[in-house]
Design a protein around this ligand. Structure first.
Ligand code: ADP
Length: 183
């Protein structure tokens, strides 16, 4: 059964095939969830990010790349770059959708069963949380309807506000083909 898990906590502790990092275009690490992943995962993650930079010069907004998860309990890190919120007129919604879609596409290509997402762009990048959650849930639900390998998605909310927004949204959008755990 395809499953969406809602969790309040720290994504670096999740034991899944891949955790998603809300990275920036440089792939060189930053604050927030990016900082936590590099700090706890160790130097190997940054080394592989630097190899990707050498090959393709970073990662564009809405795209996704993959590295080891180093010392983290997950197997891999999918680094994606969400948009910086400007005024809502700079394709922010589409770019955030692309970030989720390209991360999911990579997971499916790699035959990953389970992946965990943080609330991309809702920290330093200031994307409105309710709008971001709606995009995340809709994109994940549409993906799960047709995925073969990737069957379990974890939404890992660090802050209580995001957790409550997801709780509300997932309750409202229950469907018979996808089970939701953690509400
Ligand atoms: P962005 O630059 O994409 O906004 P941030 O890392 O600033 O990225 O914030 C994205 C989200 O990640 C925020 O909702 C923030 O609360 C959350 N976050 C920060 N640290 C962690 C963590 N260790 N695990 C999961 N989520 C985290």
């Amino acid at each position: 059964m395809k499953t969406i898990h809602l969790i309040q906590g720290d994504i670096t502790t999740q034991k899944v095939d891949a955790i998603v990092n809300a990275a920036n275009t440089s792939l060189l690490g930053g604050g927030g969830v990016d900082g936590a992943i590099h700090r706890k995962g160790g130097a190997e993650i940054l080394e592989q990010c630097q190899e990707i930079r050498a090959k393709q010069g970073g990662c564009s907004v809405g795209e996704a790349v993959m590295t080891t998860a180093g010392q983290l309990p997950a197997e891999y890190v999918i680094h994606t770059v969400g948009p910086i919120w400007q005024d809502g007129q700079a394709h922010e919604e589409n770019l955030l959708k692309n970030a989720y879609q390209n991360s999911l596409k990579l997971a499916e290509q790699q035959h990953f069963n389970s992946i965990a997402f943080p609330n991309i762009s809702t920290g330093v990048y200031r994307f409105p949380k309710v709008q971001a959650a709606a995009i995340a849930v809709e994109t994940v639900r549409d993906f799960l309807k047709q995925s073969t390998h990737t069957q379990e998605i974890y939404f890992v909310c660090f802050d209580k506000e995001n957790f409550q927004i997801y709780q509300h949204l997932l309750e409202q959008t229950q469907s018979h083909d996808i089970q939701v755990l953690g509400l």
